[in-house]
Write a protein that binds this ligand. Structure first.
Ligand code: NAP
Length: 388
């Protein structure tokens, strides 16, 4: 028997519910895919509110060391208590492990409710630079000494006047980090035979941050003449990846009206964050939107949604986003059969109209099942399916 060690953080709020429903799904997928020759050994770690309650720290050293050692982890959503000493535990985790790529696939599964007429055309991945931009957390409250000093500096040294009662923030986007991120996504596109990469930016207004992000991304892409084309009419080789860009506001319209034209979206941090929740709505909502935060050494897999505290402990929340994040983790670890078993079983369960409240409310005549029941139904389907 080969044991696969996987650290997990079930998370705060509804985290327990989605973990309890998903654990058996992950275990059954591995058992079935590898005929009982592999098995998961879970390593429980604390973070967020639970860690603060038990250990007096939002991110205990043991959590950080264990994730570093195993290089992979799955986590539920975390609540950052006000006054906990962190702006956000999630953002801190991304920064401490330098998880510079956020990857959020947006793929329609048959049976999911969607506001689109042809939702089956939705199949793209939102990549988001995960360490810079306004997420650096450099901002000062209106009226503080720091804010007034910064406003004074802008007035005296830069000749820019802003109102003294303003809060101020800094939006850093660097050439080096943009290039590193772009190379990662291009390498991913080549390896996975993807057809297009679209840079999403608001460079018409923020010329030296988002505009520069676009320019630096193109500069990197020009270094791949074997693999990338910039003009759709250049049909020299159909296997080449089309590299183009869209202004962010237009992109929000494009994903709704022409989703089939898009494949990989390359975004700065903030607009990527907005876009991922908006796109989740096209395929059933936050309850079905998985994600990963990936660096050169460590990768942490987590649903796109937050801790949904109003549903905590009620066993009603949708565990699909967590299950699909686990499927992404297995793929990352080379456990491809286990990953496909999970994805196929979820799709079958949804097609059989076995869904939680968030999907049931958009499907006529469908009575929602509990979070735990959904998990049991997915396990049943994994049991009867064969690996691909
Ligand atoms: P949220 O927890 O994502 O919930 C917002 C709404 O989205 C829910 O009320 C629910 O909508 C729907 N939803 C979210 N997850 C769902 C699921 N699994 N199944 C079905 N519906 C789901 O956002 P929030 O209320 O703004 O944030 C709550 C806390 O989470 C905050 O402390 C925030 O900082 C934190 N957060 C953490 C992460 C992370 O850990 N990565 C990410 C985002 C936010 P309906 O009520 O309409 O059904």
């Amino acid at each position: 028997m080969e044991y696969i060690h996987i650290p997990y953080i079930e998370g705060d709020g509804s985290g327990d519910d989605i973990w309890n429903a998903s654990k058996g799904v992950f275990e059954e997928a591995v058992r079935k895919a590898y005929k009982g020759e592999k098995s998961i050994k879970w390593i429980h770690l604390l973070a967020g509110q639970k860690a603060l309650n038990k250990e007096g720290k939002l991110l205990p050293d043991e959590t950080l060391e264990t994730v570093k050692k195993h290089r992979v982890a799955i986590k539920g959503p975390l609540t950052t208590p006000v006054g906990g000493g962190f702006r956000s535990v999630n953002v801190y985790l991304r920064q401490v492990f330098d998880l510079y790529v956020s990857m959020r696939p947006v793929r329609y599964f048959h049976g999911l409710p969607s506001p689109l007429k042809m939702p089956e055309k939705v199949d793209f991945i939102i990549f988001r630079e995960n360490t810079e931009d306004l997420y650096k957390g450099i901002e000062w409250e209106a009226g503080t000494e720091e804010a007034l000093s910064f406003i004074g500096f802008l007035k005296d040294k830069m000749g820019v006047a802003i109102s003294e009662d303003s809060g101020v923030g800094v939006k850093p986007i660097s050439k080096g980090r943009t290039a590193r991120f772009t190379r990662w996504v291009i390498d991913y596109a080549i390896k996975n035979k993807r057809k297009a990469i679209t840079v999403v930016h608001k460079g018409n207004i923020m010329k030296y941050t988002e505009g520069a992000f676009m320019k630096w991304a193109y500069d990197v892409a020009k270094g791949y003449p074997e693999h990338i084309i910039f003009d759709k009419s250049d049909t020299e080789d159909e296997t080449k990846i089309l590299f183009n860009d869209r202004i962010a506001d237009n992109m929000f319209m494009q994903v709704i009206l022409r989703p089939e034209d898009y494949d990989l979206l390359l975004c700065p941090n903030l607009n990527g964050d907005y876009l991922s929740d908006a796109c989740a709505a096209l395929i059933g909502g936050l309850g079905v939107a998985p994600g990963a935060n990936i660096g050169d050494d460590v990768a942490i897999f987590e649903p796109t949604h937050g801790s949904a505290p109003k549903y905590a402990g009620k066993d009603v929340i949708n565990p699909v986003s967590f299950m699909l994040s686990g499927a992404m983790m297995f793929r990352h670890m080379g456990l491809f059969d286990a990953s496909s078993l999970i994805e196929n079983a979820i799709e079958e369960t949804v097609q059989d109209k076995i869904v939680t409240y968030d999907l049931a409310r958009h499907l006529e005549g469908v009575i929602p099942v509990r979070c735990s029941v959904f998990g049991e139904e997915v396990v049943k389907r994994i049991e009867k399916n064969m690996p691909n």
